[in-house]
Design a protein around this ligand. Structure first.
Ligand code: ADP
Ligand code: C5P
Ligand code: MG
Length: 196
């Protein structure tokens, strides 16, 4: 079976990870956060990309897709090698720019189906406040005001145009992510109940 993918996008702190955990519990998807995979790779003492990844993350910039796609593909391949039926993936925080999208098309064209884009639409100020709150305990080098300013710019300049592109193809399912976690999940449920 081919992987069936839902891309999960939205600003930093929109609630992608929070909602993905809930979707996993309810619908049996495998959650792959591109940001988490990059942070894991950065932590490995023998990684040749550790320093590069840290620099990009702190600056709120998007890591070259060759690195990110190899991490995503490895996880998808491993998951399906263990259980071929486990083919539904929530890919969180990807594709975040043109380079990500081109890399996906180049590597995965014909090898995976993108069902739809789950878009968590959230006011930038709310996003920043949530990340600052998360920053009190996350230990993330980018949950601070300086990095967040850059992350919001990257979101607006690079990621939003990708969402708009998918919107034109009728692939975007948008949720108002400024509401409470439970309320957002209610809207998410409606989408997944409909889409399968
Ligand atoms: P993302 O993965 O999009 O960056 P997270 O799911 O990590 O976002 O959420 C960012 C922070 O905001 C976390 O501390 C999380 O607990 C909190 N959070 C997530 N969703 C909501 C919500 N709907 N209302 C208030 N806080 C939220
Ligand atoms: O999604 P998350 O907030 O965890 O992403 C954190 C950072 O990881 C991004 O700001 C970016 O620097 C990096 N990232 C990336 N490419 C992706 C996803 C995340 O470079 N596709
Ligand atoms: Mg996240």
């Amino acid at each position: 079976m081919k992987p069936l993918v839902v891309f999960v996008l939205g600003g930093p702190g929109a609630g992608k990870g929070t909602q993905c955990s809930r979707i996993v519990q309810k619908f049996g998807y495998k959650h792959l956060s591109a940001g988490d995979l990059l942070r894991d790779e950065r932590k490995k003492p023998d990684s040749q990309y550790g320093e590069l990844i840290e620099k990009y993350i702190k600056e709120g910039e998007i890591v070259p897709v060759e690195i990110t796609i190899s991490l995503l593909k490895r996880e998808m391949d491993q998951t399906m090698a263990v259980n071929a039926q486990k083919n539904k993936f929530l890919i969180d925080g990807f594709p975040r720019n043109q380079d990500n999208l081109q890399g996906w098309n180049k590597t995965m064209d014909g090898k995976a189906d993108v069902a739809f884009i789950l878009f968590f639409d959230c006011d930038n100020e709310i996003c920043i406040e949530r990340c600052l709150e998360r920053g009190k305990s996350s230990g993330r080098s980018d949950d601070n005001r300086e990095s967040l300013g850059k992350r919001i710019q990257t979101y607006l300049q690079c990621t939003k145009p990708i969402i708009d592109l998918y919107e034109e193809m009728g692939k975007v399912r948008k949720v108002d992510a400024s509401k409470s976690v439970d309320e957002v999940f209610e809207d998410v449920l409606k989408i997944f109940d409909k889409e399968g």
